[in-house]
Design a protein around this ligand. Structure first.
Ligand code: THU
Length: 154
């Protein structure tokens, strides 16, 4: 048995089509508003909905560390609460900080992957993920399930 998946790697997000660049810029602006005084690692997420709206999220930390939440889940749970019937087209994730070295590929934590997989399960179309590295390299996967083989799912 073998698991394989396709992904696209670009040297800079500038070469994405305009719609995707708008989404990336939205993730960057969300990132600037992150509340990350403890890790000083700022993460921004932007989600393109089927109705064309873009929803933003950023990491929200807390002095009681485990009470904080990742940017991706802030955005996805906001969508679950306010747009439960809207299709999620794409999620874009960006980050800035010394916690992760610049040349390392940024990708969402396991908990956020699990939540993204469940969001995809709730709709009949796949969720695309755009990950922009701190050095602007950009990784794209077309189905969030590709980031979480053997996900806990129904
Ligand atoms: N963080 C995210 O927001 N998304 C991820 O996928 C990984 C980590 C946040 C959590 C915490 O506020 C900070 O980054 C450092 O872990």
């Amino acid at each position: 048995m073998e698991f394989s998946f396709n992904y696209k790697l670009l040297s800079h997000y500038n070469s994405l089509p305009e719609n995707d660049r708008i989404l990336v810029n939205s993730a960057f602006s969300a990132m600037e508003r992150a509340y990350a005084p403890y890790s000083e690692f700022r993460v921004g997420a932007s989600v393109l909905l089927g109705n064309g709206e873009i929803i933003q999220g950023n990491n929200q930390e807390n002095l009681a560390y485990p009470s904080g939440l990742c940017a991706e889940r802030v955005a996805l749970f906001y969508i679950g609460a306010n747009y439960p019937n809207e299709v999620i087209d794409t999620i874009c994730i960006v980050a800035k900080g010394t916690l992760v070295s610049e040349e390392l590929l940024l990708s969402p934590c396991g908990g956020c992957r699990q939540v993204m997989v469940e969001s995809a399960m709730r709709q009949s179309t796949p969720i695309r993920v755009i990950m922009v590295n701190q050095d602007n390299r950009t990784l794209i996967v077309n189905r969030v399930e590709d980031l979480l083989p053997f996900a806990f799912s129904k």
